[in-house]
Design a binder for this molecule. Structure first.
Ligand SMILES: *Cc1c(COP(=O)(O)O)cnc(C)c1O
Length: 358
């Protein structure tokens, strides 16, 4: 079997060109006689790779100069914990809770701060985006999850608040233009939209790096990263290298994030259009809340869902099983996922429906 269409929610498909380039450069990076994996982070080659990744991010996302671009580890999950150490002053944070990842952020932030839930869609299994109510006038920050990877919904509104807005953009970053200047912090694990596990990106407004709580562990302070070019200790060099390749691919393939958005809307639109007219498959979330990244759906019959997932895998469409607590199916279609894969999936679903709908 050759390469399959991998609908995994993360780690997820990388552009084939990127994998080939990495393969080509694996043993001898640009005539250095060594692999990027074997290089010191103190050398000029690795510095160059970090600078290139940062410049590409700044260009694609139009990141203003007063924001730091930081390469961290510990995934998006460690960012949940870094927030209180760096931002807590009054000790209260406003949170919009729209899925499992928001719940996890809430529980980690809640270990060190009071959390005020300004909206939650838990009552209907996170199938919609709730209204934002009762913001705290002097909250230390407002936190939301831009794309709910597990449920397949997206948050596209920001509140009117004086608090810095913090976004978990792990499955959303680079999928469309976001106004960075309206945010205090944007963070994301790399393995969904722009690279491999081991790297977490934090884009932090400069003033928010300046006043961590006393006795904050060194690696939990944003200033440790911003003062040391993200190289206080050994950084995940190979993961940053792969990210630089993926970002180059974004630039060459799309030019800008407006074009990425069109690509994402076109791909997931094919699947949503099919679901909207299907008599067998039903989408799980409200139309207005739909994600351009993760599409959730089911037949309403557990056994039939199982059969679909099995037959799809045999046909080369893998990892279509929904998250373990909600069941059904989930197709994760991040930017590198090819259009052709969605077209073929829809065709496969159409045939499955003909066979199984009574
Ligand atoms: C995957 C995911 C995470 C967790 O990322 P890690 O890098 O594994 O810690 C957090 N938030 C969202 C929205 C995600 O999709």
């Amino acid at each position: 079997m050759g390469r399959v269409y991998n609908f995994s929610a993360g780690p997820a498909m990388l552009p084939e060109e990127v994998l080939r380039k990495a393969q080509e450069e694996m043993l001898d990076y640009e005539g250095s006689g060594m692999s990027v994996m074997e290089m010191s982070h103190r050398g000029s080659v690795v510095r160059g790779i970090f600078q290139e990744a940062e410049e590409l991010l700044r260009e694609l996302m139009e990141i203003p100069d007063n924001y730091k671009v930081l390469f961290c580890q510990g995934g998006a999950s460690l960012q949940f914990s870094m927030l209180p150490f760096n931002l807590s002053k009054k000790g209260i944070a406003d949170l919009l809770v729209t899925g499992n990842w928001s719940e996890k952020a809430k529980s980690e932030i809640g270990k060190f701060m009071k959390v005020n839930v300004v909206g939650t869609s838990k009552d209907r299994d996170y199938a919609y985006i709730p209204a934002i109510e009762n913001l705290t006038p002097d909250a230390d920050f407002y936190h939301y999850t831009a794309n709910n990877t597990i449920y397949g919904t997206a948050v596209n509104v920001l509140p009117e608040t004086n608090a810095p807005i913090v976004a978990d953009m792990t499955s959303a970053i680079l999928s469309r233009p976001y106004d960075v200047s309206k945010h205090g912090i944007i963070y994301a694990g790399a393995q969904k939209q722009f690279g491999i596990a081991g790297l977490a990106l934090a884009i932090v407004r400069e003033d928010l790096t300046l006043t961590p709580a006393e006795n904050t562990p060194t690696l939990l302070k944003y200033s440790t990263y911003s003062d040391n070019e993200s190289m206080y200790n050994t950084p995940p060099v190979y993961a940053v290298y792969l990210t630089s390749l993926v970002l180059k691919w974004y630039k060459e393939t799309f030019g800008n994030l407006g074009n990425v958005q069109k690509h994402q809307v076109a791909k997931t639109g094919l699947l949503y259009d099919f679901l909207d007219q299907s008599k067998l498959f039903k989408p799980f979330v409200d139309k207005e809340a739909r994600s351009t990244q993760n599409v959730t759906f089911g037949t309403g019959d557990k056994e039939l869902d199982k059969l679909f997932i099995k037959e799809a895998a045999e046909a080369g469409f893998v990892n279509l099983g929904g998250y373990r607590t909600i069941g059904g199916m989930r197709a994760s279609i991040y930017t590198p996922f090819p259009l052709e894969g969605v077209e073929k999936l829809v065709e496969f679903m159409r045939e499955f429906e003909v066979k199984h709908h009574v």
